[in-house]
Design a binder for this molecule. Structure first.
Ligand SMILES: *[C@@H]1O[C@H](CO)[C@@H](O)[C@H](O)[C@H]1NC(C)=O
Ligand SMILES: *[C@@H]1O[C@H](CO)[C@@H](O)[C@H](O)[C@H]1NC(C)=O
Ligand SMILES: *[C@@H]1O[C@H](CO)[C@@H](O)[C@H](O)[C@H]1NC(C)=O
Ligand SMILES: *[C@@H]1O[C@H](CO)[C@@H](O)[C@H](O)[C@H]1NC(C)=O
Length: 434
């Protein structure tokens, strides 16, 4: 019991989430128009920017030319089912898959609640006794097109011999576990997947790797909440203090720059209290006594962007950046009694959604200046509807749940919302592969 409480306490410490600064748009940046580095489904199919067509395919097996025109011509000679698929893809390529709404869909979730052994307890709402199941019935529907149903076997075939790495904070861990479980569901023999160190708890270490034996593919997670390096260093009086090196990419226990697909994110940690206090941000030898978090965030992203441009071979590696995932705390913040318990329906009135986060405006402007094409998974708005999808009090089993417990209104129950992010990732890979 004691260790449980300790674990709970540590978990609380690791829940570093506010949503207040969502609304503070940075005065310095406006959302840029799509420029060379920033890809959407539409513009890597019909590149109107300076992006070369070779760098506009994802996991391409067609070599240099993967524009839709050539794909369509090739497929015309195939059977009907192939033609239907081509039609779906043609429709997808001209639509903004992130602009849509949630619809009730009575097909099963990508994996049954409670069926996947690789979900952290904190996301396992079913195991923790969440009684309502309505939140499992929603499916994302873009306005202009249909997205193909996630097909785990097909995705595993695309990933054969490849390495896909998620790099970021616990929201990327949420997405990583969702993908591992969605792919696992398609295996005939569910013992043919394992975590390389045999782990079943994915919170404490900096690196985890799942291998799908029959496909020689690995799906990894690298913990890097700020993308840049946080470290502890002694100040003048000898006290060890946390500093964030804005000019230094976070070192990783594993090299991942040559993975086939990388999905980055950073977000919620920039809202944390320590990001708003003095003497936290450091650049070279210089420690700032005060630096606006918007400035610090931009410096960090530029460090990340320069690292990607210098270290990632974009003919080999496809780079994604997942956008800001919305939180839904009522009556307070994550650490001041904020609540989302009892939410059973998504938001339907668009005017109740939060403004586009300032972080994402900065991100768009940084990506658009990059040499490396980066596909932006613009999931902010789609997550903002889903106030019903968070673990809330079901981040813990009932036996250790204490009254007044901090609710988790930042992460997502699994199965749940991140499954749809992976469905969009799948659609994007499918589109570029065909
Ligand atoms: C499933 O895979 C495991 C691990 O490779 C193996 O030991 C077991 O025999 C397999 N089961 C079946 C039914 O093929
Ligand atoms: C980049 O990747 C491509 C495709 O795998 C390869 O042919 C090329 O040699 C790589 N370039 C460098 C500089 O490693
Ligand atoms: C949406 O919310 C706004 C502001 O609260 C309100 O004025 C409007 O009537 C709502 N629309 C609908 C369709 O409920
Ligand atoms: C991302 O989505 C938001 C709506 O939430 C939109 O305002 C923004 O322009 C989109 N960004 C891109 C690059 O499409």
């Amino acid at each position: 019991m004691k260790t449980h409480l300790l674990a709970t306490f540590l978990l609380l410490l690791s829940l570093i989430f506010f949503s207040t600064s969502l609304a503070n748009r940075s005065p310095y940046f406006t959302a840029s128009t799509l420029a060379s580095g920033l890809l959407s489904v539409a513009n890597y199919i019909s590149p109107f920017s300076s992006v070369k067509s070779s760098s506009t395919c994802l996991v391409s097996e067609l070599g240099d030319d993967c524009r839709l025109s050539s794909v369509t011509t090739m497929k015309r000679t195939h059977r009907n089912s192939r033609k239907e698929e081509t039609d779906v893809i043609a429709e997808l390529s001209s639509c903004d898959i992130f602009d849509g709404n949630w619809v009730i869909d009575d097909s099963n979730p990508l994996y049954q609640p409670g069926s996947c052994p690789f979900i952290d307890d904190g996301f396992n709402c079913f195991k923790n006794g969440r009684p309502d199941a309505e939140y499992l019935r929603y499916r994302w529907k873009p306005h202009g097109c249909k997205i193909p149903r996630f097909d785990g076997r097909k995705m595993l075939r695309m990933l054969k011999g490849k390495r896909l790495v998620f790099v970021g904070d616990s929201l990327n861990r949420n997405m990583w576990e969702s993908l591992v479980c969605s792919l696992r569901e398609s295996l005939k023999n569910k013992s043919r997947i394992f975590e390389v160190e045999g782990r079943h708890d994915f919170k404490s270490k900096g690196f985890y790797s799942f291998k799908f034996q029959d496909y020689k593919c690995s799906i990894d997670f690298v913990k890097s909440p700020f993308l840049v390096q946080e470290w502890k260093i002694a100040d003048k009086s000898g006290n060890r203090r946390e500093r964030l090196r804005l000019d230094m990419i976070q070192g990783s226990p594993t090299k991942y720059h040559d993975a086939d697909i990388i999905v980055f994110n950073t977000g919620h940690w920039w809202n944390h209290r320590k990001a708003n206090r003095g003497y936290y941000f450091q650049e070279g030898k210089h420690v700032y006594s005060k630096l606006e978090v918007t400035e610090a965030y931009k410096k960090a992203l530029l460090t990340w962007a320069n690292w990607v441009d210098a270290n990632i071979n974009s003919s080999h590696t496809r780079v994604f950046f997942r956008g800001y995932s919305a939180s839904h705390f009522r009556k307070g913040q994550w650490n001041s009694g904020g609540l989302c318990h009892g939410e059973k329906q998504p938001i339907t009135n668009e005017s109740h959604l939060a403004p586009y986060p300032w972080m994402m405006s900065i991100l768009e402007s940084v990506i658009s200046e990059m040499k490396t094409p980066v596909f932006y998974l613009n999931i902010t708005k789609m997550t903002d509807y889903r106030k019903d999808g968070h673990p809330s009090i079901y981040r813990q089993p009932e036996i250790i749940r204490i009254p007044g417990l901090i609710q988790d209104c930042s992460h997502w129950c699994l199965p749940g919302v991140p499954d749809s992010w992976n469905e969009l990732l799948y659609a994007t890979l499918l589109l570029s592969k065909t």
